[in-house]
Design a protein around this ligand. Structure first.
Ligand SMILES: [Fe+2]
Length: 259
């Protein structure tokens, strides 16, 4: 690497990162279903990826000390992130809905689905997010719901903005919504990210590109669905989540913590 490829702060350029992504993907078998835990273009993954096998835990024992929730604790209003404060958040109002199914297409009912995402300006309410974009006083960025009898979840929110991170110089995450699925107990929690179609940042993002199989990557991208859009109100996106099987939606490995 030449010094010209490094800019101030010792951060690599997008060109360096993109070259590394291309080299890894060219060498990866297309069938590789999971991203590498230590994906070099995603710099911090080299230092903090799990290096040992998971420790097996007794699920019942874990539940004795884990938090518990009951169906009555989840208020249907928590699925609408546009009404949580005194006024409406700024941004493009959207609905994101889909089915949670197993590998055979059967609905997974009464699942706790949680989401969190940046506001329309790409800012989280979090101490470590200090980039100069405005915080929206009317937007917390968090919501949750239970799936219904057909395995359907639905959230009303605003479209998140892309945001910068310091993986390399001029690094921007594509707009995304974090999803958490609890499974049938707390030891089965799965976390993943949903993206929006045709985002120009996909090709540049080492987190998205750490999934080397393009078919698996594309399963993380929602579809615009005009039938979900509402006159004078909002735009609709559909994103189904498949928990198991050959067409499973990719979820983050245990111990991972993606931006
Ligand atoms: Fe994020």
């Amino acid at each position: 690497m030449t010094t010209a490829e490094k800019l101030e702060g010792g951060l690599d350029t997008q060109q360096v990162i993109s070259k590394e992504i291309a080299a890894i993907q060219a060498a990866s078998p297309a069938a590789e279903p999971q991203p590498r835990l230590d994906f070099a273009p995603y710099r911090s993954s080299l230092l903090r990826h799990p290096t040992k096998d998971l420790r097996q835990a007794d699920p019942e024992g874990a539940e004795l000390v884990a938090p518990v929730f009951g169906q009555s604790d989840v208020d249907p209003l928590e699925a609408d992130l546009t009404i949580q404060s005194g006024g409406e958040p700024i941004g493009e109002r959207i609905v994101v809905t889909g089915r949670l199914v197993d590998g055979d297409g059967r609905p997974v009912r009464r699942q706790l689905v949680e989401i969190w995402h940046a506001n329309a300006a790409g800012r989280y309410i979090h101490l470590r997010d200090q980039h100069p974009a405005p915080i929206d006083p009317n937007f917390t960025g968090t919501g949750r719901c239970l799936t219904d009898d057909e395995g359907v979840y639905s959230f009303t929110t605003i479209k998140p903005g892309p945001y910068p991170w310091h993986n390399h110089r001029n690094a921007w995450r594509p707009a995304h919504i974090h999803f958490s699925l609890f499974g049938t107990d707390f030891t089965q929690r799965m976390i993943t990210q949903m993206y929006f179609p045709a985002d120009p940042l996909f090709a540049l993002d080492p987190i998205y590109q750490s999934i080397t199989d393009p078919r698996v990557r594309e399963r993380l991208v929602a579809t615009y669905d005009h039938d979900l859009s509402q006159h004078d109100r909002l735009l609709g996106y559909r994103w189904d989540i498949v928990l198991t099987g050959a067409h499973a939606t990719w979820t983050e490995p245990e111990g991972d913590d993606r931006a």
